[in-house]
Design a protein around this ligand. Structure first.
Ligand code: FES
Length: 115
């Protein structure tokens, strides 16, 4: 298994502050929906699908504490770890982020024959 990184923000095109602090948005990479959050520690990526009932987390909001809030029933997920705040112990997958000189990249795991 290897990781391929995809550029989601290009600093030349989108500027060096392409997404507002404490915000979320949905990004589609190769048919995978990912919620990209910008919190005070930087950018973090988690699955866009809420495990409770399938809402899109990228349509929710982000707290100053770095919790992504689902827009439907307001369950919260840690943008850095994907861990849910509810007692059910739910979580969402996380994806690696790289901030490079030219932009922000999200890493997606690939099988060797998909590289
Ligand atoms: S669908 Fe996200 S909390 Fe219910």
């Amino acid at each position: 298994m290897a990781i391929r990184f995809y550029k989601v923000y290009d600093f030349e095109v989108h500027g060096t502050e392409p997404q507002a602090l404490h915000s979320v948005r949905t990004i589609e990479i190769e048919n995978k929906m990912i919620c990209l959050a910008r919190i005070s520690e930087g950018y973090f990526a988690i699955d866009d699908r809420c495990p409770h009932a399938g809402a899109r987390l990228g349509l929710g909001k982000c707290t100053e504490e770095g919790m992504v809030v689902c827009p439907v029933h307001r369950y919260q997920y840690d943008a850095k770890t994907g861990k849910g705040a509810s007692k059910q112990g739910d979580y969402v997958n996380t994806y690696p982020i790289e901030k490079r000189e030219d932009g922000i990249y999200i890493g997606i795991e690939k099988k060797w024959w998909q590289l």
